[in-house]
Write a protein that binds this ligand. Structure first.
Ligand code: G3H
Length: 489
């Protein structure tokens, strides 16, 4: 059991002396798949949160030579120092990823390695940005030296499903562009940040990175209410993002970098290659138990192949292996959010009461902190499982006759992140792709939806995102174009 009580403010690792300690991490499963206590973390107070903000403000406003004006090569050196120290913590962080959020061993290793690659790629991209900025431009007798400058203080909040990778996809570009930061980890997947505190402390100047723990309302709200945050960077749900945004007294000045909900559909045309389609739909709907913003959350199947698809897909779901994240070949693992199985059950009950059936034999079977994925068919639009972002193991299937049906649904949806389109006839696919790219931001052909590779733009339309992430785009999202001009005289 890890009772962690240290946080990072203004270049110091401080001990939390307050009384309120919150049990934030309980997933670690035993053989009976019962949750066991893994550790606790302080639920810090307003004062400590404001100290962290003070650290970030001081570091940003220290004048010449401070982080925002520091030589680019010096900022890169700090980041390189950090990533090397982080790599030395691989085993510890990977173990905590498994224990805290139930991510399988291969996926946990991938999350760590992908994050390290992200940092190295960001450094390289930043060097290129700097090389481009070194070129002077001249138009109509005006010389300009155009570059990218930081935005100020960034409050950064990450999600529990990618507590390392997605949080760092916000934090790392924010830091390297010269902003100063306050980072509050997600409720689950919080302990795995603790082995990295010393690496942050010893790699960056005082106050550039401040790390605090606690509930959003106890620590993030007081920071927002000061009006001194310039960027809200959050991957999670729009309810938290909106609440925090509204607390900022000058919210129109706040830059938002947000990755939010999605309800990505799979559309399966009658000529789709079924083996491949089923493989991709299994991965798309159930990788990490469907707890991914990019997961396939609704499946549209053409009526001509409905029966065969339903039968084979349901069998494949029941053949997946459930177990602890560190066991070999495990695909389904315990869920970190204690209320999730009950929520999934509610969605199933609602769908059954409105005429859907569970297609797979094990669908809806309960373990302590798990519920077996239920494949539901026929799903209709009045069902909650169609309307809500389930973010867990339940798969709604709809039948369509005319392609306009899923297209109309996508146009009416509040979300617009990605879609997966399965079919063989390129002449039929081409016009469809043109329509789909205007409804979402990424069309995946004969493959499931995903964020990576991390060099590609990751964003969404409507309520799914604000700003774009990716190695390249995030540097732009966390900066503003500035320039120095002089006349040709
Ligand atoms: O939760 C949303 C993540 O960005 C999904 O990332 O597609 O790499 O699993 P992924």
């Amino acid at each position: 059991v890890i009772h962690h009580n240290t946080y990072l403010v203004d270049g110091e690792l401080r001990k939390w002396e307050g009384n309120s300690t919150e049990v934030f991490s309980t997933i670690s499963s035993t053989e009976a798949y019962k949750p066991t206590l893994l550790g606790s973390i302080p639920d810090m107070d307003e004062k400590s949160a404001l100290d962290a903000l003070g650290g970030a403000l001081k570091a940003y406003n220290q004048g010449q030579g401070a982080w925002p004006t520091m030589r680019i090569s010096d900022r890169i050196e700090c980041m390189e120092k950090f990533v090397k120290k982080m790599e030395a913590k691989r085993n510890e962080v990977v173990k905590l990823l498994m224990w805290e959020i139930g991510k399988s061993l291969p996926d946990s290793e991938k999350e760590f390695d992908r994050t390290v690659d992200y940092i190295y790629d960001t450094i390289e991209d930043y060097k290129q940005l700097d090389r481009d900025a070194a070129k002077f431009k001249k138009h109509d007798g005006v010389y300009a030296h155009i570059r990218r400058g930081p935005l100020g203080v960034v409050l950064c909040l990450g999600p529990y499903n990618y507590p390392l990778n997605e949080t760092f996809a916000l934090l790392i570009p924010a830091i390297i562009m010269g902003n100063t930061t306050i980072f509050k980890p997600a409720k689950h997947g919080v302990l795995l940040i603790t082995p990295l505190l010393e690496a942050f402390r010893s790699s960056f100047p005082k106050g550039v990175v401040n790390i605090i723990f606690g509930r959003g309302r106890t620590v993030a709200s007081p920071i927002m209410k000061t009006g001194k945050v310039d960027v809200l960077a959050l991957i999670g749900n729009s309810k938290s993002a909106n609440a925090l945004q509204e607390q900022h007294p000058k919210s129109n000045r706040l830059r938002l970098v947000l990755g939010l909900e999605a309800k990505n559909p799979a559309i399966i045309l009658p000529d789709a290659e079924l083996d491949l389609t089923i493989d991709e739909c299994i991965a798309g709907t159930l990788s990490f138990n469907g707890q991914r913003c990019t997961a396939l959350k609704v499946v549209y199947v053409h009526e001509d192949i409905q029966e065969e698809f339903n039968k084979r897909f349901a069998e494949r779901v029941d053949a997946l292996k459930f177990g602890n994240p560190w066991e070999n070949g495990v695909k389904l693992t315990p869920l970190p959010e204690p209320g999730k199985p009950a929520y999934i059950q509610e969605l199933i009950d609602d769908a059954l009461s409105k005429g859907a059936k569970i297609l797979n034999k094990k669908g809806g079977k309960h373990y302590d902190n798990y519920i077996w994925p239920a494949v539901l068919y026929p799903v209709t639009k009045d069902m909650r499982v169609y309307q809500e972002e389930q973010f867990g193991p339940v798969i709604p299937i709809l039948s369509f006759k005319d392609i306009e049906e899923p297209l109309d649904d996508m146009a009416a949806s509040n979300y617009g992140q990605q879609v997966s389109l399965f079919g063989k006839d390129v002449y039929a696919l081409a016009p469809l792709i043109d329509t789909l790219v205007n409804l979402v931001c990424r069309v995946n052909l004969n493959s499931s939806c995903q964020r990576g590779p991390d060099v590609y733009p990751f964003t969404g339309r409507k309520d799914s995102a604000q700003a774009t992430l990716s190695v390249h785009d995030a540097l732009r999202s966390f900066s503003i174009r500035t320039f120095v001009a002089s006349k040709d005289n």
